[in-house]
Design a protein around this ligand. Structure first.
Ligand SMILES: [Zn+2]
Ligand SMILES: [Zn+2]
Length: 175
């Protein structure tokens, strides 16, 4: 677990702190890293807030939503978070029930848990519908053949008129 001691930041209004990010993190169920995480985090302590700004880049392994092949997806996250010092104090206290659970997950005592903070930022920016290619043709609903690799003899699904029209065009064009 990567921890960053931010006790001095919490104690020192006006303090700035720059942290270059270059971390190889273990893969997680929802984030299968295919590259190290690169970027930077800038911490700024105002009179009553901790502001975190920065940029993070990583590549993760995903499944194409159409053909289910593995695809490497780049993620770019613009970090823009603000916490009141009071909220951080509450979240940091393990005996305190109150407090934002997502903050409790990445902030413990005086440490920022970098893995978890980075995970939350990347998840916010992970594409919802990854594709191996913009024009991925997907799988045959009936036989499961990958249309990017070959074709099959299955009739187009009756309900899908758009696909049926495409198949017609394709047949006319090649015939
Ligand atoms: Zn695909
Ligand atoms: Zn088929």
């Amino acid at each position: 677990m990567m921890k960053l001691d931010i006790s001095e930041l919490l104690r020192t209004p006006g303090m700035n702190f720059n942290y270059p990010v270059q971390e190889t993190l273990p893969s997680l169920p929802d984030l299968d890293y295919a590259s190290p995480v690169m970027g930077y985090l800038q911490f700024h302590r105002t009179s009553n807030m901790l502001i975190i700004r920065g940029e993070l880049e990583a590549a993760v392994r995903e499944e194409c939503v159409r053909c289910l092949e593995e695809v490497i997806v780049p993620i770019h996250a613009e970090v823009e978070e603000e916490f009141t010092i009071e909220n951080l104090r509450v979240a940091a206290n393990p005996n305190e029930e109150e407090g934002d659970q997502s903050v409790k997950d990445f902030f413990k005592e005086q440490d920022l848990i970098l893995d978890e903070f980075i995970r939350q930022q990347l998840l916010l920016n992970k594409p919802e519908y990854p594709l191996c290619a913009e024009d991925c043709k997907g799988l045959c609903q009936q036989c499961g053949i990958n249309f990017n690799e070959s074709n099959c003899e299955c009739a187009p699904a009756a309900g899908d008129s758009r696909l049926a029209r495409l198949a017609e065009l394709y047949n006319n064009g090649s015939g």
